[in-house]
Design a protein around this ligand. Structure first.
Ligand code: R2B
Ligand code: URA
Length: 362
């Protein structure tokens, strides 16, 4: 079993499996883009020459804010489409990790003055809205990755918790993406730069996929599956819908297209996975996408489940990611839910030893 030498966070929590070497392990592959202490290395020589870096769409800046003080402890960045959902996730994760706010305070939207994205911080978790589609999440990722760099956060892990259309899946099914393709079947994010197309591989962290799948509870009254996710540039014609303002193809052409996707392993369609996978990979950040299907696209185009049902479905990806975060923090001795509520841990090492000993006597 070879361990990742690159940052102590890895060594304690993750390690290469027996059949993996540093060369084949995706974790090690992404880790080499970071500094040895796990902090994010920017692949842009211009930034450190700048007097200050204004993260315009987040309403933050390296000259105006003490970003190390504000965000240096961030371990997880969770992104989802809407400001409301990400505010709700912030409160949910607060409960899940036993984080307490000082009496008389509430969570604040850190980016409220940008009027673009919203951002909430709950201990080591950032909960950020990314809006809809590739340009919106692309801009956010540039600024959040720079935020991680400026704040010196170590080994941050990014999650997108979202919604999607399933292909041959019942509404409410949770999909963990293990691969990303665009509408043309490409596995890369193509960005025109200086008039030329530049391609960045859209790769997700396979280990994270397995770890998340392992946290799906067999008692959950819905399926949690792994599959390829297609990223579309549009909700209507770009996803083969016939219910947009325009449509130039027939129902049977649409079905032929969707079943073709299905036979190529595509389980769901959404609108952000390609830049999310490509930009996190390019930055050496481990990342995963967990989405809930709002409908089965083989059965229709309209999202018509009742609001209460949609609300409950949208919590499902949050639950899975929250389990991951809790397990991580528990492994680090930073929380425990063995008793009632959280425990104050004095020595994580001794805490773990005591836990292990107790397990032995079970
Ligand atoms: C899923 O849902 C949104 C479209 O309704 C889009 O942001 C996505 O990826
Ligand atoms: N989001 C999408 O992008 N597509 C769907 O069908 C549902 C949600």
């Amino acid at each position: 079993m070879s361990k990742v030498e690159n940052g102590d966070e890895h060594d304690n929590f993750y390690h290469c499996e027996e059949n993996e070497t540093k060369e084949t392990c995706n974790k090690c592959e992404v880790a080499k883009f970071r500094y040895p202490d796990g902090t994010v290395r920017l692949r842009n020589p211009h930034i450190e020459l700048m007097d200050q870096d204004i993260l315009y769409h987040l309403a933050l800046g390296s000259g105006s804010h003490d970003l190390v003080e504000m965000f240096g402890d961030v371990k997880f960045v969770c992104m989802g489409g809407t400001p409301k959902r990400m505010e709700a996730f912030a409160y949910y994760i607060m409960k899940e990790i036993g984080h307490k706010l000082p009496t008389g305070t509430t969570l604040q939207d850190i980016s409220q003055y940008s009027y673009r994205y919203s951002m909430f911080k709950v201990g080591p978790v950032l909960s950020v809205s990314h809006g809809m589609g590739i340009p919106s999440i692309g801009i956010l990722l540039h600024e959040i990755i720079k935020l991680m760099y400026h704040s010196k956060a170590r080994d941050p892990i990014f999650f997108r918790i979202g919604t999607c259309g399933g292909i041959g899946l019942e509404g409410g099914t949770v999909v963990i993406s293990d691969d990303a393709v665009d509408e043309m079947g490409n596995h890369y994010y193509q960005v025109p730069m200086l008039g030329k197309p530049v391609r960045r591989p859209a790769k997700l962290d396979k280990r994270l996929v397995r770890e998340l799948k392992g946290l799906a509870d067999p008692e959950d009254p819905y399926d949690t599956i792994i599959g390829t996710t297609m990223c579309a540039n549009d909700f209507y014609e770009g996803q083969g819908r016939t219910d947009g303002a325009f449509c130039d193809y027939t129902e049977s052409e649409k079905m032929e297209y969707l079943t073709g996707l299905q036979s190529n392993g595509v389980k769901n369609i959404e609108m952000e996975v390609i830049p999310f996978a490509a930009l996190t990979h390019h930055a050496g950040i481990r990342a995963a996408v967990v989405c809930v299907a709002l409908l089965d696209r083989l059965k229709g185009d309209q999202v018509c489940a009742p609001k209460e049902v949609l609300d409950e479905w949208q919590i499902r990806p949050q639950k899975l990611v929250a389990r991951y975060i809790r397990r991580y923090l528990q492994t680090k001795g930073r929380i425990s839910f063995d008793g009632h509520g959280s425990m104050a841990v004095k020595s994580p090492r001794r805490f773990k030893l005591v836990q292990q000993e107790s397990e032995t006597f079970d």
